[in-house]
Write a protein that binds this ligand. Structure first.
Ligand code: ZN
Length: 201
């Protein structure tokens, strides 16, 4: 049995979220329709779309461009920490262990879920490094399969662009299969301090 067309569209919209199947999409759609508090959802989404954008420097989601972190002269612009998601920037900032700048890839390589290298902000990073101010790029993608593949992709992009920078991987001490956003301060600090240069092969 088909739902009324507008409801079917809502279900289909939820179903496009990562990890959401048909059943969950239906549950969310019915909830959104029936819960008065869910009426905040549509205007909130509209506002977020209208009033946020990606920072031209680091590609984090921001209201001001460049973002607060990129505009902060006290932060070291020579060191760029490459992360997958805005949540990772939040985790690093919460831990207070890093005083350089960030680059947000806006995802991790995951062809099975439809995330290809073209969806990541690789070109922005390459262009940023080419401008010459960056001396070290720290690859801080998650220590899982997608994160490792993504780190290799970034490494290849920088190398094939002939970028003359130190490239390090923040890995030692990070539990395999974990995610940057869930790690505690001490673990992040150790991983950052124990970072090491990487090369292919
Ligand atoms: Zn920024």
């Amino acid at each position: 049995m088909a739902y009324p067309e507008p409801l079917e569209r809502l279900v289909a919209a939820f179903e496009r979220f990562p990890g959401v199947g048909r059943r969950t999409a239906e549950r969310l759609a019915f909830h959104a329709l029936r819960d008065p508090r869910a009426r905040e959802l549509a205007p909130a989404l509209e506002q977020a779309l209208a009033k946020t954008r990606l920072c031209r420097e680091c590609f984090n989601v921001t209201q001001e461009d460049p973002c607060r972190l990129c505009a902060d002269e006290k932060r070291d612009a020579r060191t760029v920490c490459v992360v997958e998601q805005p949540r990772d920037v939040e985790a690093m900032e919460r831990a207070g262990v890093f005083r350089g700048r960030y680059h947000v890839l806006m995802g991790a390589l995951n062809p099975a879920e439809g995330t290809e290298s073209a969806h990541l902000t690789l070109q922005g990073l390459v262009e940023r490094v080419r401008r010459g101010e960056v001396e070290e790029v720290i690859l801080a993608t998650d220590p899982d399969a997608e994160g490792e593949a993504t780190a290799m992709l970034v490494l290849e992009a920088l190398e094939s662009a002939g970028a003359a920078v130190r490239i390090t991987r923040m890995a030692r001490g990070l539990p395999a299969g974990s995610a940057i956003e869930y790690l505690h301060r001490g673990v992040l600090q150790d991983a950052l301090e124990g970072r090491r240069p990487i090369r292919r092969g």
